[in-house]
Design a protein around this ligand. Structure first.
Ligand SMILES: [Zn+2]
Length: 333
């Protein structure tokens, strides 16, 4: 019986692991004042060429939506996204136009028109451009994880929803449409936020956890690879485009009270994991154990209340290909 199950699992594994989409994230272009969020357009050009020359398929936001709704299958897809609506988006635009690359631009509506940001006129003209899809990036670009840690879930959902309504009002007033795609400010999400987004017509929401995306992750916690600063180097792009999405049946912790001891634990679904590693931002790589397909950290740690922690599980399959899944550890009062 066990042999039969293993045989079936081996048959299913290649099917499950064929449909990664790599969502790339940019912020500023050619703006050396802010190195941590900057990418040169020379690097952007190199990324586009590498992707086109290595068998990846650059997809539009429309195709991405069809993919997550299960209407089409996409293998080795790449979706370009640009956050924050800085003026330098127009520098990136020149390259996207040169190569006819569709991209998603996420804007925090409160900042549009501020110095260094695009104006509403810029956005109206971008909205006319067939390569550009504009999505929402909140109104205030607030830190909702800080709100969650201080005020708890109920209050944070209320504040989040108010902010979302302001964002929609601005979109309708200035651009005459309601976006159906959203990117969390700082990539910070929490449980319950997806219901609010769905209620208001958001079909997909993007985070900033690294790693490839597969539709098994759902529509509201879509990871993205930030290609900024040192991570804009081709070596890093090559690395991230060659890893695969680790699908976890269960993974914890996700939301914990401040000053609680934790143990990181995850059950893999799409591979029989080899050489697993558990990582958390504040500690780095943790001593990791494996029990069949359960990966767990040996050490119990105390979350630092001032740090936003990302947890990651890395593992390899029989062919030594790396699989990865990141998530945010959210603190609640
Ligand atoms: Zn942002």
């Amino acid at each position: 019986m066990k042999k039969t199950i293993i045989f079936i699992v081996l048959l299913i594994i290649p099917l499950l692991s064929m449909s990664e989409v790599y969502v790339l994230l940019y912020h500023r272009f050619n703006d050396e004042r802010y190195p941590t969020t900057n990418t040169t357009t020379q690097d952007l050009t190199t990324h586009i060429r590498y992707i086109l020359e290595n068998g990846y398929r650059i997809i539009s936001p429309e195709e991405f939506l069809l993919y997550i709704q299960g209407e089409i299958n996409i293998d080795k897809g790449v979706l370009f996204t640009v956050d924050d609506g800085y003026k330098s988006t127009l520098e990136g635009l020149k390259i996207f136009e040169e190569y006819e690359i569709p991209f998603l631009l996420f804007v925090p509506t409160e900042f549009i028109g501020y110095p260094d940001y695009l104006s509403w006129d810029d956005l109206r003209s971008l909205n006319e451009n067939s390569l550009v899809t504009i999505g929402g990036h909140s109104h205030s670009h607030g830190n909702f994880l800080e709100t969650l840690r201080i005020n708890g879930k109920e209050k944070t959902i209320e504040i989040f929803e108010e902010d979302l309504k302001k964002m929609f009002d601005k979109f309708e007033k200035e651009l005459n449409f309601r976006p159906d795609l959203y990117a969390y400010p700082y990539g910070y999400y929490f449980n319950g936020v997806e219901e609010v987004l769905e209620k208001h017509g958001i079909k997909a929401a993007f985070a900033q956890d690294s790693g490839p995306y597969v539709k098994e992750y759902g529509n509201y916690f879509i990871p993205r690879e930030a290609l900024l600063q040192d991570w804009a180097e081709l070596e890093h792009l090559n690395y991230v485009l060659n890893r695969r999405a680790l699908i976890l049946g269960n993974y914890e912790p996700q939301e914990v009270k401040v000053n609680t001891e934790i143990q990181i634990k995850a059950v893999t679904k799409n591979i029989n994991p080899k050489r697993p590693t558990v990582y958390i931002t504040q500690e780095g790589v943790l001593p990791t154990s494996l029990d069949e397909n359960i990966i767990y950290s040996e050490k119990k740690i105390l979350p630092n209340t001032k740090t936003v922690n990302r947890i990651a599980i890395f593992a390899r399959d029989e062919n030594n290909i790396e699989y990865v899944k990141y998530w945010l550890l959210r603190l609640i009062p």
